[in-house]
Design a protein. Structure first.
Length: 183
């Protein structure tokens, strides 16, 4: 086996060894010997570089990896907590929206009754009461008579519709005042 020594432009001495053959050529790429071609077939070379020539190679040290793991370990629980809160808040908002829709449905029923009956004030108290709804919800309607409202001393009824989700204890309340006054 013959040994060949080549000097690159950066003055690093590369010691290259490959088997003895009839015709061999050496290819240099990026200041390094990469392959020897024997009879047109490439053969990888063993290139011996001094330690200082390998100093610029990329990679992470053990200390850098430990610091990265610590940072990820501190950030990950905070992110999980934040996303968990967002999910809970979104679920609460969806429940409140549903409760508001149930309250509005009852209030619309009462308003339609008032608009459709001339003597609505005689039987509006019939709407008062509590009812169980699907999915652990309770809707309560309270009808209260009031007098001397405002500077005109108007009297009428205040209707309060309260819908409760018993699983989450979320409550939505709607209030409306109905008077005999017509425009």
């Amino acid at each position: 086996m013959k040994e060949y020594t080549s000097t690159t432009k950066s003055a690093i001495h590369n010691q290259v060894s490959f088997p003895e053959t009839r015709s061999a050529s050496l290819r240099v790429s990026a200041n390094k010997a990469v392959f020897a071609f024997t009879n047109g077939n490439p053969h990888p070379l063993q290139i011996c570089l001094p330690n200082d020539a390998r100093a610029g190679q990329g990679g992470f040290s053990l200390l850098e990896l430990v610091i990265a793991i610590v940072i990820i370990g501190l950030a990950l629980p905070a992110l999980i907590y934040a996303f968990g809160n967002l999910t809970r808040i979104q679920a609460d908002n969806e429940i409140q929206f549903h409760l508001a829709a149930l309250s509005e449905a009852k209030m619309s029923e009462i308003t339609a009754f008032r608009n459709g009956n001339v003597n609505w004030y005689e039987s509006i108290a019939d709407f008062q009461g509590s009812e169980s709804l699907p999915e652990s919800k309770i809707r309560e309607t309270v009808v209260t008579r009031f007098n001397n409202w405002g500077t005109a001393n108007i009297s009428g009824f205040e209707v309060q519709v309260k819908t409760l989700d018993t699983r989450t204890n979320l409550i939505v309340t709607l209030k409306a005042r109905f008077t005999n006054y017509q425009k």
